[in-house]
Design a binder for this molecule. Structure first.
Ligand SMILES: NC(=O)c1ccc[n+]([C@@H]2O[C@H](COP(=O)([O-])OP(=O)(O)OC[C@H]3O[C@@H](n4cnc5c(N)ncnc54)[C@H](O)[C@@H]3O)[C@@H](O)[C@H]2O)c1
Length: 261
């Protein structure tokens, strides 16, 4: 029996925050499904593992840039278009957690940086890549939001919560605008996920034994554990595929039931 055809063969994707965590899992999955990927990160990325999963003509291009900078987006679009002349997929994933203070104590400079990366970065990506998709008459954008985009929680990650509410709003506003051009816009909303972002939280709560913080941090997740980055990449792979052709404007929890409570 011949293997199933890869669903994303010939597609070109940009993934931000691609050097590690959810972004790296997304690059691996998209490449394994046949897409070529511009791996956009401010840090250098070792993409050899992702490349080894690539098949056929799929390519992975390591691209250094800061998502909060407009010139870095303009250049990223040029580099992506140089691959095959189109951009089919944008995973606007780069994000930072910021500080753990509440509204009363949050340092304003840190607030500005969280908004610059998590909100301005997502906006610039949708604007620059959205214009290309508008002229193509096709494309799909998936923004990384969070369960923190639905409630204030303990209020201890004030700027992060603020930024993810904004991502949810931008996702819906852009989806409503871009639908007539054949461009879909969605958001994935994870709960705590096994990446450096959560490992930092564990180190904050339990500096001597970070792993000891995990049961407490998992307590509010009905499925009883963190999400794995690959589980988010699985949902992403579906959302950017033709099987999700009639989905736009949705905020998709990948949260082990957190928002079901
Ligand atoms: N890990 C979680 O528990 C969790 C939960 C909910 C939502 N999210 C969201 O998922 C996304 C990915 O998170 P992660 O856990 O993989 O994070 P991570 O910290 O492990 O990785 C983030 C990546 O983004 C890159 N990055 C940061 N700022 C950048 C910038 N200005 N320009 C370009 N690249 C930049 C970093 O270099 C890093 O490679 C984020 O938007 C995050 O808010 C994560």
């Amino acid at each position: 029996m011949s293997p199933l055809p890869k669903p994303l063969v010939g597609r070109v994707a940009i993934v931000t925050g691609a050097a590690r965590g959810i972004g790296l899992a997304a690059v691996r999955r998209l490449v394994a499904d046949g897409a070529s990927v511009l791996a956009f990160d401010q840090a250098g990325a070792d993409m050899s593992a992702a490349l080894s999963a690539a098949s056929g003509a799929a390519q992975v291009v390591d691209y250094r840039g800061d998502v909060s900078r407009e010139d870095d987006w303009a250049r990223a679009v040029d580099v992506a278009l140089a691959l095959t002349g189109k951009i089919d997929i944008l995973f606007n994933n780069a994000g930072i957690s910021g500080g753990f203070e509440n509204v009363l104590d949050y340092p304003p400079e840190q607030f500005d940086r969280v908004i610059a990366v998590n909100v301005r970065g997502v906006f610039l990506g949708m604007q620059h890549v959205g214009r290309v998709m508008q002229s193509q008459g096709s494309g799909v954008i998936v923004n990384a939001s969070s369960v923190s985009g639905f409630g204030g929680g303990t209020g201890a990650i004030f700027a992060f919560v603020t930024s993810k509410f904004a991502v949810n709003g931008m996702t819906k506003a852009a989806a409503a605008t871009l639908a007539k051009f054949g461009v879909r816009v969605l958001a994935i909303c994870p709960c705590p996920t096994e990446t450096e972002m959560m490992f930092q939280v564990e180190r904050k709560y339990s500096p001597d034994n970070p792993a000891a913080a995990r049961p407490g941090l998992s307590q509010g997740i009905p499925l009883g554990r963190y999400c794995k980055p690959e589980e988010i990449a699985d949902v992403l792979a579906f959302l950017v595929s033709d099987q999700a052709a009639f989905m736009t404007g949705a905020l998709i929890p990948v949260d082990g039931g957190v928002l079901a409570k």
